[in-house]
Design a protein around this ligand. Structure first.
Ligand SMILES: C[S@@+](CC[C@H](N)C(=O)[O-])C[C@H]1O[C@@H](n2cnc3c(N)ncnc32)[C@H](O)[C@@H]1O
Length: 235
């Protein structure tokens, strides 16, 4: 990945903003709508899917970035007070404050969550790395300024938000080594959700001990992937 980072705030089609990393020639979200993409892939195919199966959901996010997936998970927790959520987000390249200050997701959330959004935003971005932030009685958040490759954990996770840059821009994130690590970090009935459905990634995820389901993608994308960690395989 490029060492230099020139970051520009860009509008997306649903009214939310995203970021364009000039040297990488890559956006943080879909131009068809940052919030609609994240809600479809991580909340609807991930959290909502697990709702009927688990009351305590331990999530690992690969790539905190703007914090949009955390906001959407908080929105879900507010609507589902009987579910308790712990979310750990990894981010080796935190965004500069001036970029965070100019992002805007407000128009894509409705009340009552939208009125609480500024305070949640503040909590996500001001909490210190590796410290637990109790954003809601049923929601615990922790961010780590670490790469997946360096992350060591005795905890295992029920749900993985795999939100790295695209395989064409950051191929190592979709290679077998990293996916085997994810396999070791996922409980045996746990799931991984991601926007990518590249063939090589699906093959590697299978080798890492997951079965694959291709789901309808968010607006502008044909497919996405949900992987199920198989009990019988060790990786
Ligand atoms: C496509 S962006 C998604 C960000 C975020 N989920 C959001 O909604 O804004 C990918 C993110 O992964 C982060 N990243 C890059 N390399 C990583 C690594 N090795 N481990 C974990 N995260 C990484 C990037 O810095 C970036 O913030």
């Amino acid at each position: 990945m490029s060492e230099k980072r020139t970051l520009k705030i860009i509008p997306t089609a649903d009214g939310s903003t995203s970021i364009f990393w000039e040297e990488l020639n890559e956006t943080y979200h879909s131009l068809h709508g940052a919030t609609q993409e994240s809600r479809h892939v991580y909340i609807e195919a991930g959290l909502e899917y697990l709702l009927s199966k688990k009351q305590h959901i331990n999530i690992l996010e690969v790539g905190l970035g703007t914090g949009l997936n955390v906001l959407l998970s908080l929105e879900f927790a507010l609507k589902n007070p009987d579910v308790s959520i712990q979310l750990t987000s990894l981010e080796p390249l935190p965004l500069p404050q001036e970029v965070l200050d100019n992002l805007d997701f407000a128009g894509t959330f409705s009340p009552p969550f939208s009125t609480k959004l500024p305070s949640f935003w503040q909590q996500i971005h001001t909490c210190l790395p590796d410290q637990k932030c109790y954003c809601l009685p049923n929601f615990e958040f922790r961010k780590l300024h670490q790469k997946l490759e360096d992350f060591e954990s005795s905890e295992v996770f029920d749900l993985i938000y795999y939100d790295a840059f695209a395989p064409s821009k950051q191929p190592e994130m979709w290679e077998l080594d990293n996916l085997q690590k994810i396999g070791r970090l996922t409980v045996s009935d746990g799931i991984l959700v991601t926007y990518s459905s590249s063939g090589k990634f699906r093959k590697n995820l299978t080798l890492a001990g997951f079965s694959i389901e291709k789901l309808k993608g968010p607006v502008g994308k044909k497919e996405m992937v949900r992987g199920y960690k198989l009990a019988s395989q060790t990786s």
